[in-house]
Design a protein. Sequence first.
Length: 184
Amino acid sequence: MNDLKKNKTPINSHIIILGYMACGKSSVGKYLEKQTNLKFIDLDEIIERSEDMTISNIFKSKGEVEFRKIENKILIETLNSSETSIISLGGGTPCYFNNMNLINSNSKNVFFLNTPNEILSKRLYLEKDSRPLISHFSSLSQIKEFVSKHIFERTKFYNMAAHKIYAREKKIEEISNEIIAIIS
């Protein structure tokens, strides 16, 4: 197994994981944390702590525009942190302001977890109540339609990542080992 702790490979920039909702960013980040000597940071969790409310409640009470401003501010603070970390971004983070340029200028270890729409739609249908952008949809077909349109709009930003991992139905360990192999 590729293990950066054993190999002592120096990592001199953040490992940044991006992709659409439910592609596995947080799970991969947590797994990588165990395989490296790096701290895992979930940007959405940092936002929730800073605002003392869930992402869903921020969307409801402040609206998406205000949420994106908060997200941008916290992204900048996180990227400027002196501690090299594994950072999982929210699905929309790369698509607003100049976030993708900031991300790419702060790290060469930027990974897009490219997961098929069909897989994402099924995962999201099961957890739709905790996802503010899709919580109002009642059927899997509505979510599939939304996801397909949304990903079409976001893919140009996701594709700006230095590395693309074709996640499909791979296990978290497989995706993480691909990332470790690229960094090593």
